[in-house]
Design a protein. Structure first.
Ligand SMILES: Cc1cc2nc3c(=O)[nH]c(=O)nc-3n(C[C@H](O)[C@H](O)[C@H](O)COP(=O)(O)OP(=O)(O)OC[C@H]3O[C@@H](n4cnc5c(N)ncnc54)[C@H](O)[C@@H]3O)c2cc1C
Length: 237
């Protein structure tokens, strides 16, 4: 049975959602899909790198993704969808075909960084590759140093090299012992770029653990933090 959120969404949706069609689907790696969308309603929208879009899934409610770019003249955008499992958002991403329709809410502000050319130190995971790409593409001059925790390096590396973030991935380990290496890399980047904006995205539990460690060392106090998912929670935003 459809949830209350989904029912409200379907009623409100007729007024506030943007109707789009899938125009291209590219499987960059087995669990990473680059999906392009187009629709007249996407024209003339104001979009900034770091903004989010919520996708309405009729049986479920909303799931959040990050536009990689936005063409307001043509009315098109694209997401990099990580197919982490068989939950509603991942299943939606896996099932998308050219010509299929979808409903969007947004773009809306999520990670607004202001000065487009200042350096950024960025932490995230597979769900954050898209926003890191958008932030980097916003200015050719911007220096973005990324550290991503990933479930399978073999798979993520191909995607990261396509996006120009080679070597920025650290593979997750049982018990999260990999966070020691993530912490070391972030610490080094923050010390080397004291004026950088620090952005933390991805898994809530990793953000929390890293933030605590860095804070104890006097680093990353003014981090912009946005958890993208949390163990056991659904549709986090
Ligand atoms: C602002 C914002 C921007 C985002 N941008 C993107 C994006 O561009 N691309 C993208 O792929 N995702 C993105 N996400 C993350 C995505 O919205 C979540 O992963 C969401 O939970 C997916 O919905 P779902 O229905 O697949 O899983 P849910 O039904 O929400 O969750 C089901 C279960 O899966 C777990 N889970 C959720 N995500 C992951 C994961 N990545 N790895 C392992 N387990 C997970 C949850 O903890 C939960 O237990 C973004 C999230 C936010 C808040």
């Amino acid at each position: 049975m459809a949830s209350a959120k989904a029912l409200i969404g379907s009623v409100l949706g007729r007024f506030v959602f943007h109707d789009v069609s899938v125009t291209r689907v590219r499987d960059i790696a087995p669990r990473f899909r680059w999906v392009e969308f187009e629709g007249p309603a996407l024209r003339d929208e104001h979009w900034e790198a770091g903004d989010k879009v919520q996708v309405f899934l009729p049986e479920t409610g909303m799931r959040t993704y990050t536009p990689l770019a936005w063409d307001a003249q043509k009315g098109s955008t694209a997401f990099l969808v990580y197919l982490h499992g068989s939950s509603p958002g991942a299943s939606w991403g896996r099932g998308l075909r050219v010509g299929e329709r979808a409903q969007f809410f947004g773009p809306r502000r999520s990670l607004s960084l202001g000065d487009a050319s200042g350096p950024v130190v960025f932490f995230g995971d597979e769900t954050s590759f898209g926003v890191a790409h958008a932030l980097k593409s916003a200015s050719a001059k911007r220096n973005v140093t990324c550290v991503f925790e990933v479930s399978q390096r073999a798979e993520s590396s191909a995607v990261l090299s396509e996006l120009g973030f080679e070597g920025s991935d650290v593979e997750r380990t049982a018990g999260d012992s990999h966070l020691a290496e993530v912490h070391e890399r972030l610490r080094g980047a923050l010390l080397a770029n004291p004026n950088a904006q620090f952005v933390m995205t991805g898994k809530a539990q990793s953000i929390q653990a890293l933030k605590t460690r860095l804070k104890a060392e006097g680093l990353g106090r003014s981090a912009k933090v946005k958890a993208y998912w949390s163990v056991g929670k659904t549709g986090l935003d």
